[in-house]
Design a protein. Structure first.
Length: 547
């Protein structure tokens, strides 16, 4: 069997602390390593503003800590690709992973997809998600500036996010089902420093309601069974933030991998599952403590345990060494398709410039960004961003619309992506694509230039056969970790179908849209100005919304 571009010693699914740790250890052992992540690098911990219990690091933000891990993994030779794993064939020596970027093979696999926020099922939860009910303080906290907020939960996440929400909220009330907090006392003791935080114990949320946004909530006293009600001030609303633990992200994983009743993957002491060569790490595993430090430990154990499996398969199958080095002794690896926005001089750091050079080299054709601008400072930022981007490559050019010979977007300013013939792709960005949206902007250009992200045949056919004109607006915050997946999905569809337009809006610049659609959570997906849906969606889920 011969090595080829899509064969790796180790493929890691998930780029949270567990996946990044596994990448560091496996790559340092001189194995060819690929990390697949469908969203942004870092996982759930990136929404945590302060980490103070990671050994050796007095204080760091989740985003900062995991960014250091990513850089460390890359320096050892690990590659990163933003792609969603659709299916896996694991019961074979060489594992096959089907992704939105095509198929990849691996001698060993580490599953580290983490967990998603748990929904409680109280009355009105589904109906008011995005209209007052939220699950991410970093993403949605600003929407509740000057309003009352209830935080549901008494664990570490609830307490930490409750304190974070005081930056915006008038008053924060923690609703705790148990008689005391369920996090370490050193964490809950910090609440004493926040006079606008109140805690009510032995209480549960039973119901929320209102007309368009939340106007009331009903709570249950677990001691005597009595109920009490909170009503928002006349003409105002309030927020419910749910931090009641997480559900393992395992529904998509092949049924051959054993899990417990709650869906967590069952592993042995080496973090190997019941399938030979398939390991698991992080919050997705059965374990008593889910913290960054235990996730990192899991990743290290899984990677080092995999070394023996990979080594034996090289001998058994006659596979040559996949880890290659240049004359200078540096890893020769494919360019990372992950790009992001960093602070510093200008819009794009030198490190990202180097990564973008490799990505632009893959473009099949030149694309044009047509900018619809005015004399505002906002438009000035867009001009600066585009000029800096164009200095990196000749595969992307930009032009400012000066005439009336094109259909003017309803909302300005705007960046419209045109294909090599000058035809509109139907993809628009209303805002400087910073934060997590830098990645979606680069992927949009790649999808229009070609060859673009790979899709399975059935999904491709669904998109090609769309027959009705559809407009998709994705309303985002640049700090939101869940938004890019929805933006990328909508714009991937638009890049293929002439029937679909997909627009990304940075809500900080379009408050009128926030008011128009009663947005109190992101991502907010608006279909044809009629249907409004909240939460991240992949391509298949987006198709289901518009079909």
């Amino acid at each position: 069997m011969k090595a080829h571009d899509r064969l790796y010693d180790v493929i890691i699914v998930g780029a949270g602390p567990a996946g990044l740790s596994a990448a560091i250890y496996a790559a340092r052992a001189k194995y060819r390593v690929l990390v697949l992540e469908k969203n942004g690098i870092g996982g759930q911990i990136t929404i945590t503003s302060e980490i103070v219990n990671y050994p050796g690091v007095e204080m760091a933000g989740g985003k900062e800590l995991t960014e250091h891990m990513r850089v460390q993994a890359e320096r050892f030779g690990a590659s990163f690709i933003i792609a969603e794993v659709l299916d896996m064939e694991l019961e074979r020596d060489v594992k096959l992973l089907h992704t939105t970027k095509g198929d990849y093979e691996a001698l060993g696999v580490v599953l580290a997809p983490g967990a998603n926020p748990r929904k409680l099922g109280f009355q009105g939860e589904k109906e008011f998600q995005g209209r007052g009910v939220a699950y991410c303080a970093t993403c949605d906290g600003e929407f509740f500036t000057g309003k009352d907020v209830f935080v549901i939960g008494g664990g570490f996440a609830a307490v930490e996010e409750g304190m974070f929400l005081t930056k915006y909220a008038r008053k924060v009330t923690l609703i705790v089902r148990e008689p005391d907090y369920t996090c370490a006392k050193t964490v809950s003791d910090k609440l004493k420093d926040f006079p606008n935080i109140k805690t009510i114990f032995r209480t549960e949320l039973k119901e929320v309601g209102g007309e368009h946004v939340l106007s009331y909530a009903v709570f249950l006293n677990n001691i005597d069974g009595s109920q009490w009600r909170y009503d928002a001030p006349q003409g105002d609303t309030f927020g419910i933030f749910v931090f009641a633990g997480y559900v393992p992200n395992t529904k998509w994983i092949a049924g051959c991998v054993e899990r417990n009743e709650q869906g967590y993957l069952i592993t042995d002491i080496d973090r190997q599952t019941n399938i030979a060569g398939v390991f698991a790490a992080g919050d997705v595993c059965v374990k008593n403590l889910r913290q960054v430090v235990t996730a990192v430990s899991d990743g290290a154990i899984a990677a080092t345990s995999l070394e023996r499996v990979v080594s034996e398969l090289h001998t058994k199958l006659g596979i040559p060494d996949l880890y290659q080095t240049t004359e200078q002794g540096k890893t020769q690896k494919k360019q990372d398709e992950y790009a992001y926005f960093t602070k510093g001089e200008g819009f794009i750091s030198n490190e990202i410039r180097q990564q973008l050079t490799g990505i632009f080299a893959k473009f099949s054709a030149r694309v044009t960004v047509r900018a619809w601008l005015d004399e505002s400072a906002f438009s000035g930022e867009i001009r600066g961003f585009l000029n800096e981007l164009m200095s990196i490559t000749d595969k992307v050019v930009w032009t400012e619309q000066q005439t009336e010979d094109a259909v003017k977007p309803e909302y300005l300013p705007a960046m419209e992506v045109l294909d090599s013939t000058g035809k509109s792709s139907g993809i628009y960005f209303h805002g400087v694509p910073g934060g997590h949206e830098f990645n979606s902007f680069i992927i949009a250009l790649y999808n229009v230039a070609g060859p673009g992200q790979q899709l399975d045949h059935h999904t491709q056919e669904q998109i090609v056969t769309l027959s009705e004109k559809t407009n998709i607006k994705i309303l985002v915050s640049l700090t939101c970790t869940m938004c890019p997946e929805s933006v990328i999905a909508a714009q991937r569809i638009a890049a293929i179908s002439e029937q679909v337009t997909a627009e990304m809006f940075d809500l900080s610049h379009y408050p009128e849209l926030k008011e128009k659609y009663n947005v109190m959570s992101v991502p907010c997906i608006v279909i044809d100005d009629k249907k409004t849906v909240f939460g991240k969606k992949n391509v298949e889920e987006m198709l289901a919304l518009i079909s």
